[in-house]
Write a protein that binds this ligand. Structure first.
Ligand code: BES
Ligand code: MN
Ligand code: ZN
Length: 489
């Protein structure tokens, strides 16, 4: 997990330029070069000016332009637009553009962190150089091992950026791992290995324990697979914490749909149905390494969803951890079944607030597309905080309602509820089912079915598992460390 990148602050780009292959120069609109780089830019001469003009580079956020200097150090200057008043994600993205362009260079420098915003710059840079090439016979990993930041900043910000990027990278790795290599027990083993070094307390719940404790949802979903389910329970318990957060992540290690089997094309990406669990575990790792002074419980119910001969059948009724019963009419609506148990179990620990993340519904993707997560919940101030954390983290979330008028769609004569609603508003009826298991605890549910996989390579995102949610959760917990959580505010 340790990053290979050495980071150093240097005073001026003249110091940096002679030591690197690629130099990333940040510019605001009107070509205002950050970090006193005007003189250096002038020394690049008319060729650079012409290149910028041809590229239409004006310093707007998202713009970039590469220029070959014709010399050795640096051989390439990359102009990076940040916009007028860059937010964290403008810098993260610009750093991501630089990281991509410089991935074949050992040493890189940039003025992007000139105003002390080192954390997002380091994050974006590292994330952009992520690749999953375990199965490539000719892997081409990024080779950058030294990043010089022009300006004065705090080394602790760089370290925070590295910690977060590594946690996101870990989550991406787990999401990208083929289902064959990530049985629930295998993930649990990996978590145990990590937890030890980080001071996270791990409690594991295997089948006998789940049976004894009445996790009927999780056991029901797991019944069709030969691979045993488990519940990973991770505790971060710093001294003197005032706030207690529970995080819950859907961990379906492969979603075939079960007996309500999916068509082949819909199954292609279903190894990624444990992205919520990956986000929660990744966030726990970062929260522990950053020693955030908030008590955090992380729960990941892990299970396959397979149509084996013991699989639950449409019409079966499951009794969940809090005693409520669910008639399973579609075995492909399995995420809510494992989350029902885990949320009920979280509530028993009396957290101040809870957040769950799940690749829960195709309907949420229909509503919000590939890039945006839906957020639902029972507490507007919590949803507000999550929206703000998401914005800071560069992870888009959009508030969807939980209309009590739709609860009747889950009514059934057979049990307390059924696991599917009607034809429309599938993201909301899924959220309404989860709400049955949170009691009065302030709770937010993020449906990350869309953004858990990124569809394209751009700035710091790479195609495939995105690790979506890690950064928002870390940001949320960091904010709670500073401000606490009052539901009456
Ligand atoms: N894991 C899927 C949701 C999903 C779909 C995530 C596409 C990412 C991309 C979930 O378990 C599921 O199958 N949901 C069903 C629910 C339906 C049967 C009520 C769905 O969305 O079709
Ligand atoms: Mn499903
Ligand atoms: Zn699923």
């Amino acid at each position: 997990m340790e990053s290979q990148l050495d980071i150093e602050f240097v005073e001026s780009q003249e110091d940096a330029a002679s030591r690197v292959g690629v130099l990333g120069l940040a510019a605001r609109p009107g070509l205002v070069w950050q970090g006193d780089a005007e003189g250096y830019v002038a020394s690049l001469g008319a060729g650079f000016e012409r290149a910028l003009e041809r590229a239409g580079f004006k310093g707007e956020a998202g713009q970039s332009c590469s220029y070959d200097t014709g010399s050795e150090s640096p051989h390439t200057v990359v102009a990076l637009g940040t916009g007028e008043d860059p937010g964290a994600d403008d810098l993260r993205r610009a750093a991501g553009v630089l990281g991509r362009k410089a991935s074949k260079d050992a040493s890189v420098a940039t003025t992007l962190a000139f105003e002390g915003q080192a954390a997002p710059v380091v994050e974006g840079f590292l994330l952009s150089q992520y690749s999953y090439d375990r199965f490539k016979s000719k892997p081409e990993p990024a080779v950058t091992d030294s990043l010089l930041l022009v300006g004065a900043g705090e080394m602790s910000d760089c370290e925070a950026g590295m910690v977060v990027a590594e946690a996101v990278g870990w989550a991406r790795d787990l999401v990208n791992t083929p289902a064959q290599d990530k049985a629930p027990q295998e993930i649990q083993r990996q978590v145990a290995e990590m937890a030890e070094g980080l001071g996270l307390r791990l409690k594991t719940h295997d089948v006998p324990d789940l049976e004894e404790k009445g996790f009927g949802g999780l056991l029901g979903v797991a019944a069709g697979s030969d691979r045993a389910p488990c519940l990973v329970e991770l505790w971060h318990e710093p001294e003197g914490s005032e706030t207690f957060v529970a995080l819950v992540g859907k961990g379906i290690t492969f979603d075939s749909g079960g007996l309500s089997i999916k068509p082949a094309s819909a199954m292609e990406t279903m190894k990624t149905d444990m992205s919520g669990a990956a986000a929660v575990i990744g966030a726990m790792v970062a929260i522990a390494r950053l020693r955030l002074p908030v008590k955090v419980l992380g729960l990941a119910p892990l299970s396959d969803n397979m149509p084996g001969s013991r699989a639950i059948k449409p019409g079966d009724v499951l009794t969940t951890r809090n005693g409520k019963t669910i008639e399973v009419l579609n075995t492909d609506a399995e995420g809510r079944l494992v989350l029902a148990d885990a949320l009920a179990y979280a509530v028993e620990h009396e957290p101040d607030l809870m957040v769950d993340l799940a690749t829960l519904t195709g309907a949420c993707k229909v509503a919000l597309g590939d890039d945006i997560a839906g957020v639902m919940g029972n507490d507007d101030s919590l949803i507000d905080r999550i929206e703000r954390a998401g914005e800071q983290a560069g992870e888009l979330v959009w508030h969807l309602p939980l209309p009590k008028e739709y609860r009747r769609q889950l009514d059934t004569p057979m049990a307390d509820m059924k696991n599917i609603g009607g034809r429309w508003a599938g993201a909301l009826t899924a959220g309404l089912l989860l709400q049955e298991f949170v009691d009065d605890v302030p709770w937010a549910h993020l449906d990350i079915a869309g953004p858990s996989r990124w569809t394209r390579n751009e700035h710091y995102q790479t195609k495939g598992g995105s690790g979506f949610g890690v950064r928002t959760l870390v940001e949320l917990v960091a904010n709670l460390a500073e401000q606490g959580f009052g539901t009456t505010e």
